[in-house]
Write a protein that binds this ligand. Sequence first.
Ligand code: SF4
Length: 418
Amino acid sequence: MNMAPRPPAIKGWCPTALRPMETGDGCLVRLHFTGGEVTAEQCRAIGHLARTFGNGLIDLSQRGNLQLRGVSAETLPALTAHLYDFGLLDADMPGAAAVIGSPLARLDATASVDGKALVHGLEARLAAASDLNALPDKFCFLVDEGGRLGLDNVAADVRLIGFNGRVVLAVANGAGASTPVTSTDPSSAIDAALALALAFVKLRGTASARRMVDLVQAIGTMEVARAAGFAPDVPMPPLPHRITEAQDIIGPREGFIGIAAAFGRVHADQLDLLASLAPNDLRLTPWRAILLPGSGPEGLEPCARAGLIVSPDDARLSIVACPGQPACTAAQIDTRRAAEALAPLARAFAPKGITMHISGCSKGCASARPTPITLAGRDGAYDLIFNGRADAEPALRGLDLAQVRAALGAAQAGKASL
Ligand code: SF4
């Protein structure tokens, strides 16, 4: 391995690996894996690089990316060179998180279409589509192959949903939902998705839209469909509502075991362990969990000993938390300490799904959706919001942790405020 830093000769772009984000604990370097597939060898390499050039911590993102934390300006050039050597910076890689895929692609006999082919095909077309350079960095496509793991609760601007052997194209319409606009043969699905993205690029200026949801809310789904070249009044098939929660995939499952890390953060040693247990490629998921296809339940015990989450009953699965203090300079509270302390209470509100969002400030990076309980940091204290986002009007302000516990205990007992 060549340790000498060198300018990465990368023709494509990978904005977060080559333009890392400054955070409170150093630079954050985001790595994207097409379809969320990562080999055991890549996992070991990432663990090594995280320990050597970062602080050893790696976040699992909501888009199935891995993010190395604690990289310094001094270690960044060598890290970049090593990422390149390990093949973790692909010269043709498009946007860091342009396409989210079904985590069980080509492993799920119930899938309606070949999601892997769509993800790879779409990323390749995006890399070559200069007329889509104006898409915002956060613009996101999602390929749901219509199999065991429903992706309806994963945010995306344009969705390709496998259904009865065809692909339904849908656009974000607010509150995490989407509206179908056309249905195609799989061979035409990528063209249709790109047409919707191009319609967004052409029309966004008229509505000052940052994302597809803004455009749809400003001009309506029919106008977007018309601009993409689709007949706007063709009836769409009623799609089943398909949602996967982390609790559905953790532990021993048919064909894989699912492992999560507390509040989406693993240590390099834990990544090494997962690599050692994986007979096949690992699958990163948008639910901040990792699937090990082909692994049996015997892999769960060492993971539990290493501090990983191996049971769907683990209360920590009920909470989503942003990095908080000290990792984020904007953070007003230590979100992870609060999450550890409040996890049992969060679980008491519902046995499944995310019930609590703990945000270091009102920006709410960890969840754009309303949650039953949101705690937003302000001046070192907690603002408590029921059924809202981190930027919503709090029901109670300026609480300490004991007061939060008391308020949640009362709400749980009477459900009065929920
Ligand atoms: S929500 Fe606020 S504190 Fe949390 S990561 Fe975002 S900016 Fe930082």
